[in-house]
Design a protein around this ligand. Structure first.
Ligand code: SF4
Length: 146
């Protein structure tokens, strides 16, 4: 547990790069592939995870190059955080932006690793294993992955 609750004392835009990165719980939720309805722009989550997501460590295997390799991979910033309509409800950045605080289960608050229930399911399928035309069959309710 950190005694320096920087996330309560600073604006998001004043976080150091290290502080900003430490907010990410590596839950993997933003790495789930999403489909957008062409008619109404609604975004649907799938249980298919990005090809670069390491399901064992819950880290991106290409973190530094992720936006080059996957152009639609969005880099979260204090500036764009409020404009991302599809951001996962349990994303720590989203919660911090909405409430001004981190939840009790966040590792910076609890001093413990993220509980499994907040990570994406171990049953997710990796992108290379799902043909694009079958992605629709993998749509889930976002909370199904709790
Ligand atoms: S959803 Fe948020 S907290 Fe989870 S891995 Fe993505 S950026 Fe990090």
């Amino acid at each position: 547990m950190t005694t320096n609750k920087f996330w309560k004392q600073k604006k998001l835009s004043a976080f150091t790069a290290e502080e900003w990165e430490s907010v990410c719980t590596h839950c993997g939720r933003c790495c789930l592939l999403k489909l957008q309805d062409e008619d109404d722009d609604e975004v649907y989550y799938t249980d298919v995870v990005c090809r670069y997501h390491d399901c064992r460590t819950h880290l991106c295997r290409e973190y530094k190059n992720r936006c080059l390799l996957v152009p639609e991979c969005l880099k979260l910033t204090p500036e764009n955080l409020g404009n991302i309509t599809w951001i996962p409800k349990l994303c720590a950045y989203h919660i911090l932006h909405q409430t001004g605080d981190l939840p009790s289960w966040h590792p910076l608050v609890s001093g413990r690793p993220l509980p499994d229930q907040y990570k994406i399911s171990p049953d997710v399928v990796s992108e290379p294993d799902v043909p694009e035309e079958e992605l629709e069959d993998h749509i889930i309710e976002e909370d199904d992955n709790d």
